[in-house]
Write a protein that binds this ligand. Structure first.
Ligand code: MN
Ligand code: MN
Length: 306
């Protein structure tokens, strides 16, 4: 029986490339067929990576009842198909907090607090003694550079930088930082995007001790281009909050050059967010200096407030 490999909803480059890289590894080392999949449309950033290295778009898989699956880049139930409980999870490769997915049977789990799921998968290749093909090496390198914000994110470790250097060599890319900047410029494009497009471009919902909190992030080389649209983003955040029965919606406008994030807040109780970061919101906004990572610098501080 085939195994579907996929990452979280609203797939980012780590989720898409992880599905491809992990499937290749498993197909080299196991009898079952592993099939790369995804839960939604890919971003312009991911398209850039697939085009640059000739990657194939994983198949769309929005229902998994009765299937065998291997998941990457999250273990939070809200990030998966509505029927994920009816699938058999045979494995996990991730670099986030442990989520709320449960299994009935033993599984393999590769989880490390490092910068990217693809770094975890790279370690799996070494463990299995499988060579990373050139094209996949290039894509994995880009996923790591994306997740670690070109090594600037506090989630980035020596394991990640070493992996990028080794993968760059396999891929035959000499100036990987230049290529990564090109990728972030593609990612920063906001022309023609609606407020909803922007708010949900990299958006995740969390169940925080029974309370629903939505957190979106836009990583850009210059967030000032969005200044004229902040009110519009806040208006749309209000709508998202109503539509999805959320307590709080946070949007992080992350400036990868200034190395910090502007936080936009729509909440039933803004004081919880102020307490989480020891800040005072002004017009539902605050600048968080040095904050680049949702998983390491936002979620762990917001969750205890609920
Ligand atoms: Mn991800
Ligand atoms: Mn990731």
């Amino acid at each position: 029986m085939s195994v579907y490999v996929f990452g979280h909803k609203n797939p980012d480059s780590d989720s898409i490339v992880g599905a491809i890289s992990l499937s290749y590894l498993k197909n080299k080392s196991e009898k079952e067929e592993y099939i790369p999949a995804r839960q939604g449309e890919i971003s312009a950033e991911t398209e850039f990576i697939l085009n640059r290295f000739g990657g194939e778009l994983p198949m769309l898989k929005t229902s998994v009842a009765g299937e065998r699956v291997f998941i990457v880049d999250s273990t939070d139930k809200p990030h998966f198909q509505d029927d994920i409980d009816e699938a058999t999870i045979i494995g996990i490769a991730d670099h986030h907090k442990l989520g709320d997915l449960m299994t009935d049977a033993p599984l393999e789990a590769w989880i490390r607090p490092i910068g990217c799921s693809n770094t975890v998968i790279y370690e799996m290749y070494r463990c299995y003694g499988v060579k990373v093909p050139k094209e996949i090496a290039g894509m994995m390198m880009m996923a790591i550079l994306s997740d670690t914000v070109i090594f600037k994110s506090p989630t980035c470790t020596k394991v990640d930088t070493k992996a990028v250097k080794e993968l760059a060599e396999i891929a035959g890319v000499t100036d990987y930082k230049k290529l990564a900047m090109e990728m972030f410029i593609v990612k920063s494009a906001v022309d023609g995007a609606s407020a909803r497009d922007l708010n949900t471009r990299d958006y995740k919902e969390f169940n925080m001790n029974g309370t629903k909190v939505g957190i979106g992030q836009l990583e850009m080389v210059d967030i000032s281009v969005l200044e004229p649209r902040e009110e519009e983003l806040l208006e749309d955040m209000k709508k998202m909050k109503e539509e999805n029965g959320l307590h709080t919606v946070l949007i992080l406008l992350t400036d990868i050059m200034k190395e910090g994030s502007k936080l936009l807040v729509v909440s039933d109780d803004e004081s919880k967010i102020e307490a989480a970061f020891d800040i005072k919101l002004q017009d539902h906004k605050a600048w968080l200096d040095g904050v680049l990572s949702r998983k390491k610098q936002i979620v762990p501080f917001v969750q205890p407030q609920f």
